[in-house]
Design a protein around this ligand. Sequence first.
Ligand SMILES: O=C(O)CCC(=O)C(=O)O
Ligand SMILES: [Fe+2]
Length: 235
Amino acid sequence: MSLREDVAAIDWARVTSELDARGSSTLPRLLTSEVCRELATLYDTEGLFRSRVVMSRHGFGRGEYKYFDYPLPAPVAELRTALYPHLVPVADRWNEAMGIEVRYPADHSAFVERCHAAGQVRPTPLLLRYGADDYNCLHQDLYGEHVFPLQVAILLSEPERDFSGGEFVLTEQRPRMQSRPEVVPLRQGDAVVFAVHHRPVQGTRGMYRVQLRHGVSRVRSGNRHTLGVIFHDAT
Ligand SMILES: O=C(O)CCC(=O)C(=O)O
Ligand SMILES: [Fe+2]
């Protein structure tokens, strides 16, 4: 089966209701272990990336990541275009609930054109690599005025075999309240879909916005690789 067919076969009604309820959802076994290994190996391939970030130099954590350059490797480009249309209805509905006027085109290429027209021309999909004691501080992946409100991260390594620790963490900050933490258990090839920066929550006295952040707890041992799929491009 092609990646596009695999993505179409996902139970998007479940994903949608989990996103509405919690701001995140998982797509189990989105990638095979073979594709995961191939993608992780790309980390050391020359010529595929536009930049490398050593997290400790910026206070982002410990570990490193690289942003892919265009043209994106086939599986990364396919994931970006195949996942996007299934998330547009959630993105549009969330914006409507939050009183944000932006709506999203059905095709990812049209959304990328919108980013590029606004000067957001640099690709954002990235590979991350963590070793022992590395971690990723809670953050939001905002790269300019144009934001697609959901993003996807795929774990390329197998917990307890390739690494230990290194859990994917989300926090939700509610207005005037303390933050709610959530750990998302992932196996190799599993994806997590989550809100980039905020989402609407229906309260007893109307709708309010919660702020989301994501990060990774300390890797205790081994090596952990992730593929990050962000749908907006960067300035
Ligand atoms: O390594 C992870 O699980 C988090 C990756 C991340 O921050 C991202 O994909 O934006
Ligand atoms: Fe991130």
